[in-house]
Design a protein around this ligand. Structure first.
Ligand code: NAD
Ligand code: UFG
Length: 338
C-alpha cells in the first residue's frame, strides 16, 4: 500500500480519485488551495470513506510550504491535478496560465526533488491533439494545441517526460483525459461548476433541474452521423480507477508513459441528450444554434494502450454517466423525485 499526495485532490477528479485510492487501501494526502473547490468536500469525503485525509492548504507555487509538507508524510508518489482549466480564460490571461500551470508544476517538481519523491502521475488532456486527422486517436497522433490551456498541458507533459528520460524521475505517467463526466454513485461528491456551465453534461443537468430553460446545441451541420459534435465521455469513477492503476504501475515498475483515458466510443450531443432522457425520465428541451467557435467536430480515443499497460479499461457507459451526473445535481438542488 502506498502513501500518495494529490495536488488538487479537493477538486472534481481529485476527490473521486481520493475515494478510489482509499478504497484500494492507499493513504491519501491532499494539497489544495481551494481556489476552485468547496470547503465542504473534505467532510463529504470523510462521510463517504469513513476516513479523514490530511489536507495541506497551499498553492503548488509555494515551494517552502510544499517542501515542508512533503517532509511531513512518507510520500511514495504524487498525482498532480492542480491546475487552471478554462480554455477561454487561458486565452484572456496567458501569463496566469503559464504561471499557475507551468511554473506551478516546476515548483512542485523542485519540492519533490528536494524530498527525493520520484514518481508522478500527471493530468493531461485530449485537448493536446487539437483537430485530429482521424478517430479513434492513438497516443502517437500529432499534437496540435489550439489554445494556451492546451499548450500548458503539452509543456507539462514534455517537462515530466524529460525528467524521466534524464533519470530525475523514476516513474512518470501522462494521462490524457477525454471528456470526464458523472459523479460518485453515492452522490456525496461530484462536479460543482461555478456560474453558467461551459460543458455539456453539467448544462444538461441544469436544464433537467429547471435552472436553465433549454440546452443550446452548438451546431447540427458537422460531418458526424447526426450533425452534432461527437466526443468520448468517460465516467469520473472510471477515470479515478485509472489513476489508481497508474500509481500502482509506477510503484511496481520504473517507467514513463503517456496514455489516453477514454472509452473509445463517440457520443454525439443528441445521443447524450437522449441517453439522459432515457436514464432519468426527464425531458431535455433543446434548440439548435450556430457552432461554438473553436469546437472540433468529432474526436474519440483509442484506449487500447491503457488497457495493455495498466490492465485498465472504462466499464461505465453513457447511461451510468447520465444517471450519476443527474443524481448528484438533483441532490444538490434538493430535488427529491429522482
Ligand atoms: P478542478 O478545478 O475541480 O480541480 C482542480 C483543483 O486544484 C481544485 O480543487 C483547485 O482548488 C486546485 N488548485 C488549482 N490551482 C491550484 C494551485 N495553484 N495550488 C493548489 N491547488 C490548486 O478540476 P478537475 O476537473 O478536477 O481537473 C483536474 C485536472 O484534470 C486539471 O489539471 C485539469 O486541467 C485536468 N483535466 C480536466 C478535464 C475536465 O474536463 N474536467 C479534462 C482534461 C484534463
Ligand atoms: N455543447 C453544446 N452545448 C453546450 C455545451 C457543449 O452543444 O451548452 C457541445 C459542444 O459543442 C461539443 C460537446 O457538446 O460538441 C462537448 O462540449 P464540452 O464543452 O462539454 O467539451 P469539449 O470537448 O468542448 O471540451 C472539454 C473540456 C476542455 C478539454 C476537452 C478535451 O472543456 O477543457 O474537453 O479534454 F480540453
Amino acid at each position: 500500500m502506498a502513501c500518495v499526495l494529490l495536488t488538487g485532490g479537493n477538486g472534481y477528479i481529485g476527490s473521486h480519485t481520493t475515494a478510489v485510492l482509499s478504497e484500494r487501501g492507499h493513504d491519501v494526502i491532499i494539497l489544495d488551495n481551494f481556489s476552485n473547490s468547496g470547503r465542504d468536500v473534505p467532510d463529504r469525503l470523510r462521510r463517504l470513506t469513513g476516513k479523514t485525509f490530511p489536507i495541506i492548504e497551499a498553492d503548488i507555487r509555494d515551494t517552502a510550504t510544499v517542501t515542508a509538507a512533503l517532509a511531513e508524510f512518507p510520500i511514495d508518489a504524487v498525482i498532480h491535478f492542480a491546475a487552471l482549466k478554462a480554455v477561454g480564460e487561458s486565452e484572456a490571461d496567458p501569463l496566469l496560465y503559464y504561471d499557475m500551470n507551468i511554473v506551478g508544476t516546476i515548483r512542485l517538481l523542485e519540492a519533490m526533488q528536494a524530498r527525493n519523491i520520484r514518481r508522478i502521475v500527471f493530468s493531461s488532456s485530449a485537448t493536446v491533439y487539437g483537430q485530429p486527422d482521424f478517430s479513434p486517436i492513438p497516443e502517437d497522433a500529432p499534437t496540435r494545441v489550439q489554445n494556451i490551456y492546451g499548450r500548458t498541458k503539452l509543456v507539462m507533459e514534455n517537462l515530466i517526460t524529460d525528467l524521466a528520460r534524464t533519470g530525475k524521475l523514476l516513474g512518470a505517467a501522462n494521462l490524457r483525459y477525454f471528456n470526464p463526466v458523472g459523479a460518485h454513485p453515492s452522490a456525496m461528491i461530484g462536479e460543482t461548476p461555478a456560474g453558467v456551465p461551459n460543458n455539456l453534461m453539467p448544462y444538461v443537468c441544469q436544464v433537467a433541474s429547471g435552472i436553465r430553460p433549454f440546452l443550446q446545441v452548438f451546431g447540427s451541420d458537422y460531418d458526424t452521423p447526426d450533425g452534432t459534435g461527437v466526443r468520448d465521455y468517460i465516467h469520473v469513477m472510471d477515470l479515478a480507477q485509472a489513476h489508481a492503476a497508474a500509481v500502482e504501475h509506477l510503484l511496481a515498475n520504473d517507467t514513463a508513459f503517456t496514455v489516453n483515458l477514454g472509452t473509445g466510443i463517440g457520443i454525439s450531443v443528441l445521443d447524450l441528450v437522449h441517453a439522459f432522457e432515457h436514464a432519468n425520465k426527464r425531458k431535455i428541451e433543446y434548440k439548435i444554434v450556430p457552432r461554438r467557435p473553436g469546437d472540433v467536430a468529432s474526436y474519440f480515443a483509442n484506449p487500447e494502450a491503457a488497457e495493455k499497460l495498466l490492465g485498465w479499461k472504462a466499464r461505465l457507459g453513457i447511461e451510468e454517466m447520465c444517471r450519476d451526473a443527474w443524481v448528484w445535481e438533483a441532490k444538490r438542488g434538493g430535488i427529491n423525485d429522482v
